[in-house]
Design a protein around this ligand. Structure first.
Ligand code: XUL
Ligand code: CO
Length: 435
């Protein structure tokens, strides 16, 4: 244990009446909901980048956080790992997630970066064995270094494509070695700033090729985790190819990867794409590509990705409802892709952020479970679509009827549909009983 969190004890569940700011009021990891402990439903993960690598800068000013590991070099990286595992343990978070660039200093050449990554992975192996904390997913940072400014797999320079492929390979190797349950690809620079200098079709083919190689390599090394794409419409590039779940699904279909790749859906990215978070979750479930979530919230007044900790129960409850209806997480989980505000400079702020986020998610999940247990919402949907159970409706759906067949029946039976209320306000009130 490092002394960064000196004086702070392991966070415990104390119940809704507790006034202790360093206790959980709703997240009781062992509480059984719908037959499963909360910790196994939620599968919380802490993101290394926001909590340990981010320095508190904004476009108008630099670092605000004072952290003893904010220097270059492997000693600093080791100290950062010590503190990271301290936080995971204090919070009782079962998982963590990282990019290569979060955990090791970059080397002057590729081989050196990989060597350093593997050194830190050795340390992670020890710490994971000691603490029982597991890896939800690993990923490569293919967006911060200036070599990636025009894209990673979508770069006009094939050497950048090659460098990216090599970097992904190294990160998949490390993720497999650490027993990671997923491998994530977020294409921060996979898009363009101006069409004037961009061949979109060619760039998409490059991206399709890279993803196909990732899937081949996964099978080759026997990585049992899930490959996940994380959609986002823009930021940093103006147009990103992985815009949203629907766009990613079309991309996967085009390159024949829809059975090998799923999605990691982030709250703030859904909002940026003009959707609700639950829309993205429900659509992924409908396509059979739901994988995992990056939990956070956006500031509704700003048009960018603010990555704040979630604190709005209704906002997360319906997302967990759709996750539960889809059968819950398998290899996925709830990763806090959330960072402190830049004035929150103290070690305990890292705990407040995560405690609030974990409590919000626990309340959301419990509300979702209560909606399911109550059953009246599900019954409403059942009734609304009940007509489709009829023999003729099934025949239409199964392709056993042509347009002419249907037209003949409509004419013969004098079919004249009577509109029925969609009951939106009734449903909003119904859901409000639980959230
Ligand atoms: C960026 C973002 C990333 C991914 C991993 O908006 O969400 O942190 O989650 O690369
Ligand atoms: Co994310």
């Amino acid at each position: 244990m490092s002394d960064f969190f000196k004086g702070i004890d392991k966070v415990k569940y104390e119940g809704p009446e507790s006034t202790n700011p360093l206790a959980f009021r709703y997240y009781n990891p062992d509480e059984v909901v719908l037959g499963k402990p909360l910790k196994d439903h939620l599968r919380f993960a802490i993101a290394y980048w926001h909590s340990f690598a981010w320095e508190g800068g904004d476009p108008f000013g630099g670092r605000t956080f004072g952290r003893p590991w904010f220097e270059d070099g492997m000693d600093a990286a080791r100290l950062k790992a010590d503190v990271a595992f301290d936080l995971f343990s204090l919070l009782g978070a079962p998982y963590f997630c990282f990019h290569d660039a979060d955990v090791r200093p970059e080397g002057e050449i590729y081989a050196k970066s990989v060597k350093r990554l593997n050194k830190i992975a050795d340390l992670f192996e020890e710490k994971m064995a000691e603490t029982g904390v597991k890896l939800l997913w690993g990923t490569a940072n293919l967006f911060s270094n200036r070599r990636f400014m025009a894209g990673a797999s979508t770069n006009p320079d094939p050497d950048v494509f090659a460098y990216s492929a090599a970097t992904i390979k190294a990160n998949m190797d490390v993720t497999k070695r650490l027993g990671g349950e997923n491998y994530v690809l977020w294409g921060g620079r996979e898009g363009y700033e101006t069409l004037l200098n961009t061949r979109m079709g060619q760039e998409m083919d490059q991206m399709g090729r890279m993803l196909s190689m990732v899937v081949d390599y996964k099978h080759k090394i026997g990585f049992e985790g899930t490959i996940l794409i994380e959609p986002k419409p823009q930021e940093p590039t103006k147009h990103q190819y992985d815009y949203d779940v629907g766009t990613v699904y079309g991309f996967l279909k085009k390159y024949g990867l829809e059975n090998d790749v799923k999605v990691n859906i982030e709250v703030g990215h859904a909002i940026l794409a003009g959707h609700t978070f639950e829309h993205e979750v429900a659509l992924a479930a409908a396509h059979g590509i739901f994988g995992s979530i990056d939990m956070n919230r956006n500031d509704m007044q700003s048009g960018w990705d603010t990555d704040q900790f979630p604190n709005n129960v209704p906002e997360v409850a319906m997302a967990y409802y759709h996750i539960l209806k889809a059968g819950g997480f398998t290899t996925g989980g709830t990763n806090f892709d959330a960072k402190l505000r830049r004035q929150s400079i103290d070690p305990e702020d890292l705990l407040y952020g995560h405690i609030g986020g974990m409590d919000t998610c626990a309340r959301g999940l419990k509300a979702a479970a209560a909606i399911i247990e109550d059953g009246s919402y599900d019954q409403f949907l059942e009734d609304r679509y009940a007509g489709w159970k009829g023999a003729e409706a099934q025949a239409m759906l199964k392709g056993e009827r042509s347009l002419e067949d249907i037209a003949a029946r409509v004419e013969k039976d004098d079919i004249n549909p009577e509109p029925r209320s969609g009951r939106q306000e009734y449903l909003e009130n119904l859901i409000n009983r639980f959230v």
